[in-house]
Design a protein around this ligand. Sequence first.
Ligand code: PMT
Length: 397
Amino acid sequence: MSLVNRRVLLVITGGIAAYKTLDLIRRLREQGAAVRAILTEAATQFVTPLAVQTLTGEKVYRDIFALTDESEMGHLRLAQEADIVVVAPATADMLAKMAVGIADDLASTALLATDKMILVAPAMNHRMWLNEATQANVARLTMRGIKCVGPNTGSLAEGETGPGRMAEPLEILSAIELLVADGPLKGRRALVTSGPTHEAIDPVRFLANRSSGKQGHAIASALAHAGAETVLISGPTAEPDPLGVRVHHVESARDMLKACEAALPVEIAVCAAAVADWRVEPAPQKIKKNGGLPVLRLEENPDILATLSRPGNLRPRLVIGFAAETENLIAHARKKREAKGCDWIVANDVSPAMSTFGSDNNTVHLIDANGVEDWPPQSKREVAASLTRRIVDFFAA
Ligand code: PMT
């Protein structure tokens, strides 16, 4: 994705990971972005202003009280003349300042003064990262809409291991692209369902299935990377919310349907969730063992894919379902496409031998009105990227 005409204000704070930020600058410029940098006093202990100036090709800003800096480029202008403000590395100290709104140097003042999108790439010792105070600060920033990439888990500067390594320059670049680049689906809205649903039996038990949400989440992320304004309706999963995607967490099929209907209108809908076909009327109290064997009376859940596919004003232009089968994959998937009325259906074999549920890989077949395309075995991310390319082609045609 191109970052031509995009302006990045990079705030470099004082951590050893600052050396990686030099590589980030190089990569941003390769993509066409203009980069201005603010260095905190502590950052200058790790990277020199000259190195940053050479790589950005711009004056480096450091001191809020430097009269020349203020006359040439005040902190308000610095903060405003950017499409995105990126803090990399973001120390625990800077995250804390941002959380409470302290503005005691040029970097924190610019961060308080901006109304642009902010992305932070935390980097610190793992105990500092896991400290309740830091976690609370990050939660507060996230609630405010500030985006966070990383930190990764691995060996840290002090020879210890844990979460706290700054995300790699390519990961930060990808997050920046996601937030500000123009993708081929820019201006289009997409809805994705993912993960299982849980259908309560009583207050402590539920019916569920083996979906991990990996495939659906990867698709939401790929669509967002392609520029679509993406809403993900996710059942209970351990997958993190994809960056740049609005996520609604739901439990049951009926909640998922409600959330999908509330997200309309969209032009693209991808139903990758393994929605429970049946539910039971939940018992108000925990069912006791001494009452004899309980009988579960199943009722049919609403079909979300079929509902979205129904003709009408709110029908997305492209509705894509998935078919999870353990036998006669193609024949069953074809029937499902017709019965539910979606445009395309992505068939995958979920028999235990294939370990599709929960794994990182998937072998799929794309079925539309014209026939079947067999795709090679791929990672779920690659399946998501291939499907997104097909969606882009559909809208380009
Ligand atoms: O989550 P992972 O571990 O990564 O695994 C990925 C996956 C196997 C779950 C995914 O690739 C997949 O196949 N998702 C669809 C699972 C499913 O429920 O398939 P189905 O054949 O039972 O349903 C057909 C379609 O109808 C699906 O698009 C499903 O979302 C939809 N459906 C089903 C029932 C229902 N009540 N409402 C629905 O919308």
